[in-house]
Design a protein around this ligand. Structure first.
Ligand SMILES: [Fe+2]
Length: 385
C-alpha cells in the first residue's frame, strides 16, 4: 500500500454495534414521532424481531405503522405503495428491518418523505431539495452494506433495468443498528450468498481505482475477518461469535466500498440480476475468481497482501504464487459453502451473454483496476459458462 495519504470524504451513519444493541432503539428515537417499520413478508415476524421493535418503541410512547410487503429484489411499484402508506400514516421516521432489498426499499421512503410528491416514481431523475425524515437501518443479513450506503438499487420494470435509482448523501441512514442476534436467524444459503457479497465488495474495493487511505484500511480488515469466519457462520448459524464477526466484517466492507468504490463484478451483477433473477450475492460470488484472474497481473501485490492476511501458506512464495494461492482459496471457499461456480448452473447460456455485456456500465465498472472492455467482459463470461 502507498505511504501517501490519499484524500477522502468519509460519510457514515451513527453506528450502534453489538450483541443486543437492538435494545437501545427506544432511547435513540425518543423524539422522532410515529414510526414506519418496513420489513419483508414473514421472516422477522416469525423470529420475533418485528414484535420486539414494536414493544421497545411502545415503551417510549411511539406508535408503529407496519409495512411488511417487501419482497427480494424490490420494484419501483412496490416503493410507490410503501410511500403512499407512509404518507397516509403521517410518520416521523422510518425503520428498515431486513436484508439489502428491504433497506434499499426503505431508504428512499425516508429520504423523499418531505419532497412535494405523491409517488416515488415521479421523483425519478430529480435532485433532492431537502433532507427527509430519519432512517434507521437494521440489517438482518451480513452482506450488502446497505445500512451505510447512500444509494438504493431497485428494479425498474418499464426500463428493463435494475440500478441505483437515487444516489445522494441525504439517503444515508441516520442510525445503523447491527445486532448479531438478528443475523443468527438467517438460513445457510442466505448467510453464504450475503457473506460472499460482503467479501466481494471488500476485495473489489481494495483494488478499486477509487480506493483511498481509509477505505484501504477498512477493506483489508474486512477481507481478513470475513475470510476467516464466513464458513463457520454458514455451517453453524447459531455460532454467535462467527455471526458477530461477520456482522462487523460486512459493516466495514460497506463503509469501505461506499467511500472507496467497487469494480467489474458489481458492474456485471446488476444486469445479470435483473435479466436472470439471480440473488445478488450468488452472482457476485460466482464471478469473483474469474474477475480476480482478469485483474491479477495489475494488482498482484495487493492480492499477495490479502493472502498474507488470510494466513494462507505463503512463506517463501513469490508475489505471483501468493496471488494464485489467494484465487485458489476463493474458489475452494465458494465450493465449501455450496454456491454455484458456473453460469449454466443459473440457467445463463452463451446466447445471453451479449445482452448482459450491453447493459454492463457505470461507476463500478469504471473503478475496476484493469479496463474491462465489452470484449474482455464477453471473454470472462464465456469462461464462466
Ligand atoms: Fe454487493
Amino acid at each position: 500500500m502507498s505511504n501517501q495519504i490519499i484524500g477522502f470524504t468519509f460519510r457514515s451513519p451513527t453506528i450502534i454495534f453489538g450483541r443486543n444493541s437492538l435494545d437501545s432503539i427506544g432511547s435513540e428515537v425518543r423524539d422522532f414521532g410515529d414510526a414506519l417499520l418496513i420489513t419483508g413478508k414473514s421472516a422477522m415476524k416469525k423470529a420475533g424481531f418485528t414484535d420486539k421493535i414494536e414493544d421497545l418503541l411502545k415503551k417510549v410512547n411511539i406508535n408503529t405503522h407496519l409495512f411488511d410487503k417487501i419482497v427480494p429484489e424490490p420494484t419501483l411499484e412496490m416503493l410507490d405503495d410503501c410511500f403512499q402508506f407512509a404518507k397516509e400514516s403521517k410518520i416521523g421516521f422510518v425503520i428498515g428491518l431486513g436484508g439489502g432489498s428491504v433497506l434499499d426499499a426503505a431508504k428512499p421512503i425516508a429520504a423523499l418523505y418531505k419532497e412535494d410528491i405523491s409517488t416515488v416514481s415521479e421523483f425519478m431523475g430529480k435532485e433532492f431539495t431537502k433532507p427527509g425524515i430519519p432512517f434507521i437501518a437494521i440489517p438482518t443479513t451480513s452482506g450488502t452494506g446497505s445500512e451505510v450506503t447512500k444509494n438504493s438499487v431497485i428494479k425498474v420494470k418499464k426500463e428493463g433495468k435494475k440500478y441505483s435509482i437515487f444516489r445522494d448523501p441525504l439517503m444515508i441512514a441516520k442510525i445503523a443498528i447491527l445486532d448479531p442476534y438478528i443475523t443468527a436467524t438467517m438460513p445457510p444459503k442466505i448467510t453464504a450468498a450475503s457473506g460472499m457479497d460482503a467479501l466481494v465488495q471488500a476485495i473489489e474495493c481494495f483494488v478499486s481505482l477509487k480506493a483511498n487511505t481509509i477505505s484501504d484500511l477498512l477493506s483489508i480488515n474486512a477481507i481478513e475477518i470475513i475470510g476467516k469466519n464466513l464458513k463457520q457462520a454458514v455451517e453453524d448459524g447459531q455460532n454467535i461469535d462467527a455471526r458477530e464477526k461477520m456482522a462487523y466484517g460486512s459493516l466495514i466492507s460497506g463503509l469501505a466500498f461506499s467511500n472507496g468504490g467497487l469494480g467489474a463484478i458489481h458492474g456485471l451483477a446488476h444486469p445479470i440480476g435483473f435479466q436472470h433473477d439471480v440473488p445478488h450475492g450468488v452472482i457476485c460470488a460466482l464471478l469473483l475468481p474469474y474477475i480476480m484472474e482478469f485483474n491479477k497481473d495489475i494488482c498482484k501485490e495487493r492480492f499477495a497482501l490479502m493472502a498474507e492476511k488470510l494466513d494462507l501458506d505463503v512463506k517463501n512464495k513469490s508475489i505471483q504464487e501468493r496471488a494464485d494461492k489467494l484465487i485458489n482459496y476463493i474458489r475452494n471457499l465458494i465450493e465449501e459453502i455450496n454456491l454455484p461456480t458456473k453460469l449454466t448452473e443459473l440457467n445463463i447460456k452463451k446466447s445471453d451473454i451479449s445482452d448482459i455485456v450491453k447493459d454492463t456500465k457505470g461507476s463500478s465498472l469504471n473503478a475496476n483496476p484493469r479496463k474491462a472492455t465489452p470484449e474482455f467482459l464477453t471473454e470472462i463470461l464465456m469462461s464462466a459458462l
